[in-house]
Design a protein around this ligand. Sequence first.
Ligand code: DLL
Length: 433
Amino acid sequence: MERYYQEDIECASRDKIKAIQDEKLLRQVKHVWDNVPYYRKKMEEKGLTPEDIKSSDDLHKLPFLSKADLREAYPYGLLGVPLKDCVRIQSTSGTTGKRVVAFYTQDDLDIWEECCARAIMAAGGTNEDVCQVSYGYGLFTGGPGLNGGSHKVGCLTIPTSSGNTDRQIMFIMDLSATILCCTPSYAAFIGERMKELGYGPDDIPLKAGIFGAEAWSEEMRRDIEKTLGIKAYDIYGLTELSGPGVSFECSAQGGMHINEDHFIAEIIDPDTGEVLPEGTQGELVFTSIDKKAFPLLRYRTRDICTLTREKCSCGRTHVRMTKPKGRSDDMLIIRGVNVFPSQIETVLLNNGYAANYQIIVDRKNNTDTLDVQVEMTPEMFTDNLGEVEARQKELVDGLKSMLGIKAKVSLVAPKSITRSEGKAVRVIDKRKI
Ligand code: DLL
């Protein structure tokens, strides 16, 4: 049986959703015009006033915001309310430049937590469940977001945060956790450790996992589902828009429903900025129509995916996005060819490896090099050189047919690649260092 947190809105007719978006967008444009001089100036530069936006059909007229704007306006330049009305900040890790600092009013937090509650119920959660939140707590949005959602559903919440894997497993087993929330790479690590400790899928009380914050392949999903004996649901979001729960998967596992009563999604051509028709792959752009403290209009996420409004078997009517392949800024250009780490992951997992790998890109004699280091599983591990070489060749061929370019593959011993407790670091691009 499909469960909903807010059925009336999650399953509303398309007409009703459009009417909500129209009304909220007009209100939000006025709010930003009146309270965010940074964005008002951008509108003025385009010769726009709030009166030019009559419905969501006019959204495309508004200027974009990008990460560069967030940096320029840091820390208070995009704030939509007086600081005294804000009750929280969250922030990104800031690996690529200045941190993003996002602000929240109490209403903004409530809406965010409701979005996470929708995701938990879509994964089958009820107030009978025990939900272990193993995303990091603190400035990262994963822990606080799912924690709030879990409370709203009424689950018994175990706020372990990330790390200390044996303690994670102790709580799962001793308190019979039924839902696990963490990054997919950490879920794989927990699964690996549970296997080592002798727990099979039938011994583990978990029934569902809510995994996101990084790109992961379908193959990795199947691996985690098998090891932990669960159904694994994807969840997406970004700090700039609130955090996890901008979109989430339902029982159909066929794309993530975007909470369209709070966010309007568009797909654009990343080069020209032109809005693309439904079903076309491009860069995802979001307009938050409810957030008051940090109200971003037409924010360019850099995430590449497609949207579909085809009917979903779960009964939800909100538009679905495909798993992002990764950010356009994660995309590697190697000898002129576009390569996403997730494509490499697919080849590895299809050949029986686990998602323990690292991609090293360098430039030697003016030519890009691609070196993929992959851990052998304990079952494959051997010192028979011929066997190792044959396996390496198999992967080189698989990668060649997936990517169209030749990679060097090095098989390494089990456990030699560092495990991740949060977002995994898959790529080392020495060309940029
Ligand atoms: O990662 C929020 C989050 C926490 C989402 C927990 C899901 C679960 P940021 O640290 O700001 O926020 O990173 C946002 O991570 O633009 C995507 O590139 C990537 N991302 C997030 N979820 C997914 C996903 C959180 N399910 C950036 N699949 C986004 C692929 C994802 N990429």
